[in-house]
Design a protein around this ligand. Structure first.
Ligand SMILES: Nc1nc2c(ncn2[C@@H]2O[C@H](COP(=O)(O)OP(=O)(O)OP(=O)(O)O)[C@@H](O)[C@H]2O)c(=O)[nH]1
Length: 331
């Protein structure tokens, strides 16, 4: 029998008595009476301190005289379930005296069967896990806050990276690809057509008498024209075409998979749309025309991107010499 057993243990083994006196969790032994009632057989000093009564004063009392009335039905229900099932049970509960901070308890109950097989005693250990649960909740919150912060920082970094890529690849004034990045893309495109043998047209665009615009209206007006025309060019081209700012008022366009007739047609569309844009500056309006040199990839002649660009450049010079606002196809 547990009481006898515990009493014997405590008397016979000083080490067990030490353990019983010092054990930091609550230990209790409940006797199950044959009429279904429960009696407190023994509680250790830790549990005695929690309920505020000496162990000796509680031993032998019916459960109803030890457990506060508001918890009695709940506690009895648990003991009954353990006794009826004959199986160990664990549960968690919160409670405590009114006005005090509620505590959370984790309890393990083990039924002890007598010779008849009936459960005579329930041995229990109950641990105050309030601090543990609080620490877990704190860690959960801290973790969630950290995850939120990491997500925010990742979004900020992605934004900054996108901005850096933008700065590294785009021309600050027009928003078109800058010369360096355009060369990278053009080189890639050139390698592709060398491999596939597909057509590739190159247009070298140069605004006519742009210096006059700067001289007449000022540099800021010139900048406005460059921005406006860049937008016009970009909208006139297909998604697959590449356009970038090649120099001051010079632009390079690559037209992949475009035959000679189509390239000429696109070039003329660019030339015309440029010429028809009306620019306004200080209550004055003016137009700006465009000369274009065209070159087509020729596997026999173009062993590198340079020669193809050179041929487009020569064609552009001829367009200028021919009076501007026109296009010339390079030989
Ligand atoms: N406003 C402005 N002007 C620029 C920019 N880059 C280059 N330019 C100007 O573009 C002008 C180019 O002049 P030129 O090379 O003589 O050519 P052009 O006057 O267009 O004459 P043609 O090309 O022969 O028709 C110069 O006045 C440059 O200062 C820029 O970013 N903004």
């Amino acid at each position: 029998m547990p009481r006898r057993f515990i009493t014997v243990l405590r008397r016979r083994f000083p080490a067990f008595e030490q353990l019983w006196q010092r054990f930091p969790d609550n230990v209790f032994v409940i006797r199950c009476e044959s009429d279904g009632r429960f009696v407190v057989e023994a509680i250790n000093p830790t549990l005695a301190a929690v309920i505020g009564r000496p162990s000796e004063a509680v031993a032998g009392l019916p459960l109803g005289e030890v457990v506060p009335a508001e918890y009695l039905a709940l506690v009895e229900g648990r003991y009954r379930a353990c006794a009826d099932s004959g199986e160990p049970m664990t549960y968690e509960e919160s409670g405590g005296p009114a006005g005090a901070e509620p505590r959370i308890w984790q309890t393990l109950m083990v039924p002890a069967q007598g010779r008849s097989g009936k459960v005579d005693y329930i041995l229990g250990i109950s641990r105050d896990i309030t601090a543990l649960r609080k620490a877990e909740a704190y860690l959960r919150d801290a973790n969630a806050a950290l995850e939120r912060r990491v997500a925010e920082r990742t979004a900020e970094l992605e934004c900054a990276n996108a901005r850096l890529t933008e700065l590294a690849t785009r021309d600050g004034l027009t928003g078109l690809y800058n010369r360096r990045h355009l060369f990278e893309l053009a080189t890639r495109e050139f390698r592709r057509v060398v491999r596939t043998g597909q057509p590739l047209a190159v247009l070298m665009l140069d605004l006519d008498h742009f210096k006059d615009i700067n001289d007449r209206f000022g540099h800021a007006a010139g900048d406005q024209v460059l921005r406006a025309l860049s937008h016009v060019f970009q909208t006139a081209l297909r998604q697959t075409d590449l356009i970038g700012r090649y120099g001051g008022e010079e632009f390079l366009v690559l037209l992949p998979d475009t035959d000679a007739r189509e390239a000429e047609h696109i070039a003329d569309r660019l030339r015309e749309s440029c010429a028809t844009v009306e620019h306004r500056w200080n209550h004055q309006t003016f137009q700006c025309t465009l000369s274009i040199g065209i070159a087509h990839y020729d596997a026999e002649r173009d062993d590198g991107l340079d020669t193809l660009l050179q041929r487009a450049d020569h064609a552009l010079l001829r367009a200028k010499a021919a009076g501007r606002n026109c296009l010339v196809i390079g030989g």
